[in-house]
Design a protein around this ligand. Structure first.
Ligand SMILES: *Cc1c(COP(=O)(O)O)cnc(C)c1O
Length: 239
């Protein structure tokens, strides 16, 4: 039995639809679909369904919680698959994930950078990171504030084991498209501005933004990585 048969190929079908939508969105704004990577966000999804997405060609997984990643890690069919950490990361959890992910997209404090540096030294490796930006200046959300981003990057550039590769953002929940567009537009501008500054040891290769409800818009504003959960796996059941 193949895993895709167990849910009648629903996940594979969803992956196909998302890819078609991504291609359409790229065409509409004159971008090459190859520039936009599709990430499967796996929180609460059982490993078998995640493996269905992998069988359907997904090569990038996004994990939110260290504990959940560790619990599911061995069950993933990981050949040719990358795992990125995308959730808020407590410093004491870095050691659990350091050997399982190839990118941390949620770098948001110097304390976290220090711990990543320390764990990378232990494992004799480097870590690609994206800096998470709190683009809506929301009090209850993690991420570096836009006005503090450049200072933060200059500080992080001093960590030899950390390679900053770009920015990530989760904009505020918005009722209307115009509102979310404004945040994506701000992110794109930050990304382009920082890139132009050519800071030492700081690279702007990836702009990670766009989720199930808004990824076509994120593509319009230069996203190079869309993070999709619900549209691929259905609604999450947290119980
Ligand atoms: C859950 C989550 C997503 C995916 O959200 P959907 O709306 O289900 O596509 C993307 N990014 C992060 C950081 C998430 O936590």
């Amino acid at each position: 039995m193949t895993t895709s048969q167990s849910s009648n190929g629903e996940v594979a079908q969803a992956v196909l639809q998302i890819r078609q939508q991504l291609e359409k969105s790229c065409r509409e704004c004159g971008r090459d679909p190859q520039e936009v990577r599709l990430m499967a966000v796996t929180k609460t999804v059982d490993p078998q369904r995640v493996n269905e997405a992998i069988a359907a060609g997904v090569t990038l997984l996004g994990e939110n919680k260290a504990q959940e990643l560790c619990a599911k890690y061995d069950q993933y069919q990981k050949d040719g698959v990358e795992i990125h950490f995308i959730g808020h990361l407590q410093t004491n959890k870095v050691k659990q994930i350091i050997d399982k992910v190839c990118m941390i997209q949620s770098l948001d404090s110097i304390a976290l950078a220090q711990e990543i540096q320390k764990q990378c030294e232990k494992h004799d490796r480097t870590m690609d990171c994206l800096v998470e930006v709190n683009i809506g200046n929301e009090a209850n959300k993690s991420g570096v504030l836009p006005e503090e981003l450049e200072d933060f990057l200059v500080k992080v550039s001093g960590f030899s084991r950390i390679h900053v590769r770009g920015l990530m953002s989760i904009p505020p929940v918005c009722e209307i498209n115009e509102e979310i567009e404004q945040y994506f537009c701000k992110m794109q501008k930050l990304f382009v501005d920082i890139k132009a500054k050519k800071l030492d040891n700081i690279h702007m290769d990836f702009l990670s933004m766009g989720m199930s409800g808004d990824y076509p818009l994120a593509v319009k504003y230069g996203s190079t990585m869309v993070r999709i959960g619900t549209a691929m796996f259905g609604h999450r059941n947290y119980t």
